[in-house]
Design a protein around this ligand. Structure first.
Ligand code: 5GP
Length: 201
């Protein structure tokens, strides 16, 4: 199933499983490039600069905004996050689809520019489950978790503006659903322009 340069935008509240799901997708689906965002958030212990994010200072990020180097950016939980134009160049050059895992504000900005993108929202089965997952991963302080839950409550209402909704009750099911969406979009006219079979009698 070949890629068509489609923009897949995935949003979800923190702890809904979007990082795990999107990582698995890039392992099982060919020709899809997971963008690497810039952020001013400090790296978590297991995070590598240039792999999980490009970790930059606030001043560097603001310089990049001025130079119009982002296709979208937002301030989330008090830190900047943004997708640089380089990600678009990579998919153009490598003829891949692009997977962006970004917050609802970034998705809103892209929707205005790229109406043809495929917008997917991942929901947790409940807020209680979300809180449990955030605490279980042990990556954030109590205060940070409270901030993330508050943001989640606001973000969740945006699911109505997305094309597809996945409820992440079971990680394997959720991965399977996202893979199905990607494959379906690749077959959808007018995405489907490639080597059509010979249809002459
Ligand atoms: P985290 O700090 O947990 O890695 O990410 C916090 C939030 O920022 C998540 O909702 C994540 O999807 C979002 N995010 C990550 N990269 C970007 C980006 O490039 N742009 C925007 N708008 N949000 C991003």
């Amino acid at each position: 199933m070949k890629s068509k340069g489609i923009l897949f935008i995935v949003s979800a509240p923190s702890g809904a499983g979007k990082t795990t799901i999107s990582k698995k997708i890039t392992e099982i689906v060919d020709d899809i490039y997971h963008s690497i965002s810039h952020t001013t958030r400090p790296p978590r212990p297991d995070e590598i600069d240039g792999k999980h994010y490009y970790f930059v200072s606030k001043a560097e990020f603001e310089e990049m905004i001025k130079r119009e180097e982002f296709i979208e950016w937002a301030s989330v939980h008090g830190n900047y996050y943004g997708t640089s134009v380089n990600n678009l160049d990579i998919v153009k050059n490598q003829k891949k689809d692009l997977l962006l895992v970004i917050d609802v504000q970034g998705a809103e900005q892209l929707r205005k520019k790229h109406k043809t993108g495929c917008y997917i929202f991942i929901l947790p089965p409940s807020m209680k489950t979300l809180e449990k997952r955030l605490r279980a991963r042990g990556a954030d302080s109590d205060e940070e978790i409270r901030k993330r839950l508050k943001t989640a409550e606001e973000e969740i209402h945006h699911y109505k503006t997305y094309n597809y909704i996945i409820i992440n009750d079971d990680i394997d099911d959720a991965v399977h659903q996202l893979k199905s969406i990607i494959f379906a979009e690749r077959c959808r006219y007018p995405n489907f322009i490639p080597e059509l079979p010979d249809l002459k009698l």
